[in-house]
Design a protein around this ligand. Structure first.
Ligand code: CP
Length: 318
């Protein structure tokens, strides 16, 4: 299996074999971060620009660490300190950065489809670090790596995703990725935050369940999402207290789930809103291992996008 894509725009466009290849490659790269000298020369000579138009802690830092551990040359751009504040467009910004001979652009942007738009005219490869409400492919890949490490295989497992599905690019990428890998996905959250088309999303669709206890009863893993207030145009729930009472994951609600059911969260968490303190830090939680896996997954994605060759790697086009 070869990775033939120039860009990583989303998991919708990948096959199960390509997802498996990224996860296998990430498994191999995990060991690099355990070394005393956490570095390999795989991307020596490659220049990567990290363009973050939206705030980020985990994704931005783990991409930077991944790039440094692969020996790439990197430059960082943040909207607040750039000429975007003087009115420069996304296209002009990206074309100017590319004019400085950048090979790969890693970008987070608030507009769904911003990466697809740039991919129409950039020669550099584009890696999606989150676009609006559309996709966050490397988050779903690190989620799947965490699950595969726990279970050995994803095939036939059951994952329930809970929360603000409407505004969640993490949910969309997880739905695409998990269903392609043979996972049965259940979606749960307030009807006001449930997109109309959700049941038909992914490969073969997902189950939609509004009763939290039913949604998690037979889950092998529960992935809890943050309410994305920054993307909500109107108030979609009465109060945080009521949200927690109906959809919050507490120790009490977990009394009836499977013995080995694990708890995931992409972060950042709002403790006391979608997840209780005890659950976030409890023995079922794999939230920090997810973050650890983020570095290996991003190393794998960058390595495969760059063609998997060391030294004078040529980025594949098309
Ligand atoms: N999970 C995630 O995307 O976190 P950040 O916004 O901190 O990158």
């Amino acid at each position: 299996m070869q990775f033939k894509h120039k860009n990583l725009l989303g998991l919708e466009e990948l096959s199960s074999g390509e997802i498996e290849l990224i996860l296998d490659t990430a498994d191999n790269f995990k060991e690099v971060s355990e070394r005393v000298i956490k570095k390999v020369p795989a991307l020596r000579g490659i220049t990567i620009a990290n363009l973050f138009y939206e705030p980020s802690t985990r994704t931005k830092i783990s991409f930077e660490l991944a790039e440094k551990r692969l020996s790439a040359d990197i430059v960082n751009f943040s909207k607040a300190t750039s000429s975007v504040t003087k009115g420069e467009s996304l296209r002009d910004t990206a074309e100017n950065i590319e004019a400085m001979k950048v090979d790969i652009v890693v970008m987070r942007h608030g507009s769904s489809g911003a990466h697809k738009f740039l991919s129409e005219f950039l020669n550099a490869s584009i890696v999606n670090a989150g676009d609006g409400q559309h996709e966050h492919p490397t988050q779903a890949l690190l989620d799947m790596l965490t699950l595969r490490q726990r279970w050995g295989t994803l095939m036939g497992k059951k994952v329930t995703i809970i929360g603000d599905i409407m505004h969640s690019r993490v949910a969309r990428s997880n739905i695409w990725g998990l269903t392609k890998m043979g996972v049965k996905v259940t979606i749960c959250g307030p009807p006001t935050m449930m997109p109309a088309e959700v049941a038909s999303m992914g490969e073969g669709g997902v189950k939609v369940e509004y009763d939290l206890r039913k949604a998690i009863a037979d889950a092998d893993a529960i992935n809890i999402l943050r309410i994305q207030l920054e993307r909500q145009k109107s108030k979609l729930f009465p109060s945080f207290r009521e949200y927690f009472a109906v959809f919050g994951i507490s120790s009490d609600i977990l009394k009836n789930v499977q013995k080995d059911c694990i708890i995931m969260h992409p972060g950042p968490m709002n403790r006391g809103v979608e997840i209780s303190q005890e659950v976030a830090d409890g023995e079922r939680s794999v939230i920090l291992p997810q973050v650890t896996n983020g570095v290996a997954v991003r190393m794998a994605v960058l390595f495969l996008i760059a063609g998997g060759r060391s030294g004078e790697t040529k980025i594949r086009k098309g």
